[in-house]
Design a protein around this ligand. Structure first.
Ligand code: ADP
Length: 550
């Protein structure tokens, strides 16, 4: 019957027993009434004494209905001898005490053994589960998906499609490439914020090439049992090789690929090492293509970006106006609608593609609830706030804010182009600068980067006589960079740095960029107009505007 109780009820029962034992112990231990000499004599003289017992320093007198306790010295024991039987006990310990003590000890031992038994059982259960989990993890997710997505399901990001076109061709016709001994990258890294279609495009590559698609989120590698991350990685690669040509897609690569400095995490590190080993271990010609996604390339371990690993990088940014138009068109294609797509695209700066898909879906539901036969612009407007406040916070600007932001970003684009700092795109909501890896950098280059970071702040101060909060992230980066220049690289006259040196560096860079911008003011205005219209600008375009004037 005991077995049928749950673990918790057993503990409660045991605790109750222990409590009862303690109560009994205290009850039995000494339930006698303490009396003085006078009363003791009275009782001895007038009542029937059944028994007396001497237990230092008391004498216990048992009458028919009570037990009395009196100090041994207070009475003459001889008197008692005449009246009843007198027992002597050692040092106040009576049998009941010993018995209760034994009961207590056995209960304690019992409780200890129960706890131990419970722990052993839990451990063995854990072991069992661990084995089961390991077994199921090995099978889980290692199954490939057959992707039905193709490029026509992905709107916008035409440049990304173009870049990936070659990979698709390679997977479809590997012999063509082999005969020329052309090596394609083993890994492609898609860099961009969430919801811009990184997973979707990877699936589309698999769909277009008609090859199996292995999806794996890197964060799941490190959340499983110790030692399983690395094992999972090697199983994933084995399965992909068996089914080659195939595509492995690793989402959130930064979860395992974070730079190894700082906090150590053995599990993550062993998983990362396994990934690096696997990537080195297969031939370009094996037909396995690894596509990974991250939104934080700057935190990735350099080893991952070295030649032969993720050496091709493709940046995907938030959709610009034209891209938003094509995404909205795609999602409205199969629906009855009279929506002014361009108007909606204009008011959705900052929306990612996933949010645009949600926007159309919510609008359709809204129209349905209103019993309309088609979706119109007002339905989209009605649900816009809801989508904005949805799961992911979307950064979007009012018309006035757009003007400020365009000026700010324009100053950055012009400064970067003038000072030859590489970037892919500078836009109203996001910019992608090209990070350097494994290069020896000069102080001049670092100072130029600093100037780009300060350009936005300097131009708004100049034009509006005001500072704005949109400079937050650039200022933060500028402070870090200036500290690095002075403290880490000791790029000043003194080896040991002071706060004043860092501040001076920032001040000097600010005034230099200020005079540069006043020289380039007309270009900044033109780029600002371009940005307001197109939302982002490439270095080629900025250069074109610059060359017109200079
Ligand atoms: P990411 O991997 O960049 O976080 P996803 O690929 O998971 O983004 O995108 C989430 C969803 O958003 C997709 O399933 C799709 O419905 C929609 N989506 C994202 N980008 C696009 C796009 N370029 N074209 C069409 N739909 C898109």
């Amino acid at each position: 019957m005991w077995q049928s109780f749950s673990k918790n009820s057993k503990i409660i029962i045991i605790a109750l027993f222990a409590l009862i034992a303690i109560i009994l112990f205290s009850l039995f231990r000494d339930s006698s009434e303490s009396i003085n000499k006078k009363r003791a004599i009275e009782i001895i003289e007038n009542q029937t004494i059944q028994k007396a017992s001497v237990a230092e320093p008391y004498v216990y007198i048992y009458t028919e209905d009570n037990i009395y306790k009196v100090a041994k010295e207070a009475i003459d024991i001889e008197v008692l001898f005449d009246k009843t039987l007198v027992e002597y006990q050692d040092e106040g310990t009576d049998v009941i005490d010993i018995l209760l003590l034994l009961v207590m000890i056995s209960f304690t031992l019992y409780i200890i053994s129960m706890i131990k038994e419970n722990r052993d059982r839990q451990e063995s259960l854990f072991e069992e589960h661990r084995e089961e989990a390991n077994a199921s993890i090995s099978q889980q997710n290692i199954l490939p998906q057959l992707s039905r997505v193709n490029f026509s399901d992905v709107a916008g990001i035409e440049d990304v499609k173009e870049e990936l076109e070659e990979i698709i061709d390679f997977m479809k016709n590997p012999n063509k490439y082999r005969s020329f001994d052309i090596r394609l990258p083993k890994g492609v890294l898609l860099v961009g914020p969430p919801g811009v279609g990184k997973t979707l495009i990877a699936k589309a590559v698999a769909g277009e090439a008609d090859v199996p698609f292995f999806y794996q989120s890197a964060s799941s590698f490190v959340q499983i049992y110790v030692g399983m991350g690395a094992k999972r990685v090697s199983e994933l690669f084995n399965r992909a090789k068996q089914m080659a040509p195939s595509i492995i897609f690793i989402d959130e690569l930064d979860a395992v690929g974070k730079s190894r400095g700082g906090m150590n995490n053995d599990e993550r590190e062993s998983t990362l090492n396994q990934l690096l080993t696997e990537m080195d271990g297969f031939e370009e010609s094996s037909g396995v293509m690894v596509i990974a996604a991250t939104n934080k390339i700057e935190v990735l371990d350099e080893a991952l970006l070295r030649a032969g690993r993720f050496d091709r990088r493709v940046h995907i940014s938030l959709p610009d106006f034209k891209e938003r138009v094509s995404i909205l068109k795609l999602y409205l294609k199969e629906k009855n609608s009279t929506v002014d797509i361009e108007a909606i695209a204009k008011m959705t700066i900052g929306f990612n593609s996933a949010a645009l898909a949600t926007l159309v879906n919510e609008a359709a539901l809204y129209a349905l609830r209103k019993e309309k036969t088609s979706i119109d612009t007002s339905d989209i407007e009605a649900v816009k706030e809801k989508v904005l406040l949805g799961k992911h916070k979307i950064q979007t600007f009012s018309v006035e804010e757009q003007k400020i932001q365009a000026l700010y970003q324009s100053a950055k684009a012009v400064t970067a182009t003038w000072l030859e700092i590489d970037y892919e795109k500078i836009g109203l909501v996001s910019s992608s600068f090209i990070p350097h890896h494994n290069e020896i950098l000069s102080k001049t280059v670092l100072e130029n980067e600093l100037k780009v970071l300060l350009a936005g702040r300097m131009i708004t101060q100049e034009v509006y006589g005001e500072l704005f909060t949109n400079a937050k992230s650039d200022i933060h980066k500028a402070k870090l960079l200036s500290q690095q220049i002075i403290e880490e690289f000791a790029m000043s006259d003194e080896y040991f740095s002071t706060h004043a040196q860092v501040e001076n560096l920032l001040q000097d860079a600010s005034s230099e960029v200020k005079s540069l911008l006043s020289k380039l003011r007309v270009v900044v205005e033109d780029v600002r107009v371009y940005l307001l219209k197109n939302e982002s600008i490439t270095p080629i375009e900025t250069k074109r505007i610059l060359d017109k004037i200079f």
